[in-house]
Design a protein around this ligand. Structure first.
Ligand code: SF4
Length: 253
């Protein structure tokens, strides 16, 4: 199957079956989403959703968070991964929002990346989710699933994956495709043992096609070996029976 065809099936399938996927992070403003996405690096959305309600309540605005000490913020986020660094990033991010961006979350991907704790992935999430811009954030799920399905070829970095997805996906689906790939990676195309047998898109997945071709080849090879073994056994039995017959004839004589 050629790549454009695979992309077509991908977009068709998910547009039909998951027309409105959304992030599983809880938030009610761009500022809150920015905090949640920064916190979610190397951590689960479930854990982030547990810590953010009191954090949002205590620091409802960029100004409130900018005035806090990282140690204060740390107390609210101690159960997430890398709490020390993330506390510093959150306060630094809020300070820059106040000082440089008039306490507003910027929409430009380059501006977003100037904020402490905000890399390309986070910037793309904010740009696509909050500002509806054609951007696709590549996290570990997107990276793995796009590669397995065969949407990317030899893409060894998140940026390479982002470039290939951006090249082939229709512009208007870029933001939504991020959620399709994340959710599929979270629940079906899981990292260690993808649930290929129950996967609804296995019929156009490159990984599935390859693993099944390999499995079929292995099966054919093992059948061939078994046949050769059976034939050899049969030949040996024939030799033995001929020998026994010959001996009994010799005896009779
Ligand atoms: S068939 Fe398997 S590898 Fe392909 S997308 Fe589905 S779960 Fe992932």
């Amino acid at each position: 199957m050629l790549k454009p065809e695979r992309y077509r099936h991908f977009v068709d399938y998910f547009s039909k079956h998951q027309p409105n996927p959304v992030t599983e992070l809880h938030y009610s403003s761009p500022f809150q989403l920015l905090i949640a996405v920064i916190l979610s690096a190397q951590c689960t959305d479930k854990r982030i959703n547990q810590v953010t309600p009191p954090l949002f309540e205590q620091f409802p605005t960029p100004d409130a968070l900018a005035a806090a000490l990282p140690e204060e913020v740390f107390n609210y986020i101690r159960s997430v991964s890398y709490p020390n660094n993330k506390a510093k990033h959150l306060v630094g991010m809020a300070k820059m929002l106040v000082e440089v961006f008039k306490s507003e979350v910027p929409s430009d991907i380059n501006d977003l990346q100037k904020l402490p704790g905000v890399g390309r992935k986070t910037a793309n999430v904010i740009a696509s989710v909050v500002f509806d811009l054609p951007a696709i954030a590549v996290d570990t799920h997107v990276f793995r699933v796009a590669n397995r399905i065969g949407l990317t070829t030899n893409a060894r970095t998140p940026l390479a994956v982002e470039k290939q997805l951006t090249e082939y996906l229709p512009k208007e689906t870029l933001g939504i495709a991020h959620h399709w790939l994340i959710l599929h990676g979270r629940y079906i195309c899981v990292a260690r043992s993808p649930k290929c047998e129950i996967c609804p898109i296995n019929w156009f997945c490159k990984y599935y096609e390859r693993s099944h071709t390999e499995a079929a080849l292995l099966k054919a090879e093992s059948l061939k070996t078994k046949k050769a073994r059976d034939l050899k056994k049969k030949k040996q039995l024939n030799i033995i029976s001929r020998e026994l017959k010959k001996r009994s004839v010799d005896k009779d004589i």
